[in-house]
Write a protein that binds this ligand. Structure first.
Ligand SMILES: *Cc1c(COP(=O)(O)O)cnc(C)c1O
Length: 357
């Protein structure tokens, strides 16, 4: 039975990505070898890396002066790599969820951290507004999409003359981004790009070299810039899959088109939630609602039916909708590869369940 995959990460990938990856596991680029067993220095894999890098640049219109890296270690390694490379004295952070909290914890190992805004007081169910970023901070870090809580900042923030750093793990490639405003953008691949194991980092080269501390070779962005992400063995398979997704994104019409579809999917689901007598969204301010991760619960009078609905949906091939334990209820992740038909199936299941109770 075909499944409707709403997992938050690792998560749905395009069939194009999965089929081409499966093929390359058997025979990679006509080499007679599996992608699992070729040298990362082979000309065939170097070509994969080069095309993947070029497509990231093309799709996100990355300007000159920036490097695109494919690293290991997940987005979580960037929580320490960013301050290691950029924090000389003080950094400003926005606290909008667990991932931001983790990033703040690492930054504190390297210097003073000014948490300029937080939504912790309401279990991170909104995006703080009206804060100011101290202009003497080395950089300002924020999370554009809060995967666990379903809030999103769908525009580029402005921190004045302070360098901007953004964790875009769960919404990269879901909208056009003005990369020139940022010094570092990073994203784990397993939400909107590829299987787990690779992390994209887009870094402005002249933001580096301003801290005095020694930086371990592997944690120094300059190492990976100099060696085109080939200083050591990169995550070969996830990068191959990432390339397939990037090709598919381009063929679909690029990030503007993906954004249009993502908005249509999210509108459909939020409308069903808002017009329901049984379900309610956990993020009340529509402007703060994520188009990638839609979080909702059952109203108090139906609360005890939550488990039953998960099973009801599963019987219809709908998987991955259980909410994160810190929010409860449901979370439907609507990443780029999820077809709108899957959202329709979920909405139908919600309506049916509601009519039968
Ligand atoms: C999933 C996620 C992370 C953690 O990613 P890892 O690759 O598992 O380290 C960090 N930030 C955000 C916004 C995420 O969604």
């Amino acid at each position: 039975m075909h499944k409707h995959n709403f997992y938050a990460g690792p998560s749905i990938l395009s069939q194009y990505t999965i089929k081409n990856t499966a093929e390359a596991v058997i025979d990679f680029a006509g080499t007679g070898l599996s992608i699992l067993e070729v040298s990362h220095r082979s000309k065939e894999f170097v070509a994969v890396m080069e095309e993947a890098r070029a497509l990231v640049k093309e799709l996100l219109e990355v300007p000159d002066g920036y490097s695109v890296l494919f690293l290991g270690g997940g987005a979580s390694l960037q929580f320490c790599m960013v301050p290691f490379n950029l924090l000389a004295r003080k950094a400003a952070y926005m606290e909008t969820g667990t991932w931001a909290v983790n990033a703040i914890k690492e930054a504190r190992l390297f210097g003073e951290v000014d948490v300029v805004a937080s939504s912790k007081d309401a279990n991170f169910n909104y995006i703080p507004k009206g804060f100011t970023v101290p202009q003497d901070a080395d950089y300002f870090h924020y999370t554009s999409n809060n995967t666990i809580y379903g809030t999103e900042i769908r525009h580029d923030l402005d921190a004045g003359k302070v360098r901007l750093v953004c964790d875009m793990s769960s919404d990269i490639f879901s909208r056009p981004v003005d990369v020139s405003k940022y010094d570092v953008i990073y994203a784990g691949a397993q939400k909107n790009l590829a299987p787990a194991g690779a992390t994209i980092v887009i870094v402005r080269e002249d933001a580096l070299g301003h801290v005095e501390r020694p930086i371990p070779t592997m944690l120094d962005y300059r190492t990976h810039i100099k060696k085109d992400s080939m200083f050591n063995t990169p995550p070969v398979l996830p990068i191959f899959s990432a390339l397939q997704t990037l090709r598919w994104y381009k063929e679909q019409g690029g990030v503007k088109e993906l954004e249009k579809r993502d908005i249509a999917k999210a509108d459909l689901l939020y409308e069903a939630i808002d017009s329901s007598r049984m379900f309610e969204g956990t993020v009340k301010d529509h402007a703060d609602r994520s188009i990638m991760n839609v979080c909702f619960v059952m109203k108090p009078e139906y609360k005890e039916l939550e488990k039953e609905f998960v099973d009801f949906a599963a019987a219809r091939g709908i998987v991955g909708i259980k909410g994160h334990r810190s929010v409860g209820g449901f979370r439907a992740s609507l990443y780029n590869a999820l077809p709108i038909e899957s959202v329709r199936a979920l909405v139908e299941a919600m309506n049916e369940f509601q009519s039968s109770h």
